[in-house]
Design a protein around this ligand. Sequence first.
Ligand SMILES: [Zn+2]
Length: 95
Amino acid sequence: MKIRIIGKDWTRKLVRPVLGDDSGGCDFDKCLIQQSTDECEQQRRDTLAHEIFHAISDSLGLKVKESETMALGCVWVQVLRENPELVEYLLKEDE
Ligand SMILES: [Zn+2]
């Protein structure tokens, strides 16, 4: 899967194992997000959102803490999943 983040094309790969015991990881130099195949699909979505926030934080030099990235990833996926009208609005092209 390719993911465009702040002007760069990132690649998301499912691998086993990921870095140490982590369920996911970002390689900023390679624009690569790796995720463990051991997670269930729902957890993978949360982990992917978490890693995307890491990529955004690093790209913008925000220095977001790990705990903040965890919360942002999980909550953002929940907000998108439970608000299809919002997603449709956000994705709508300007007229
Ligand atoms: Zn993390």
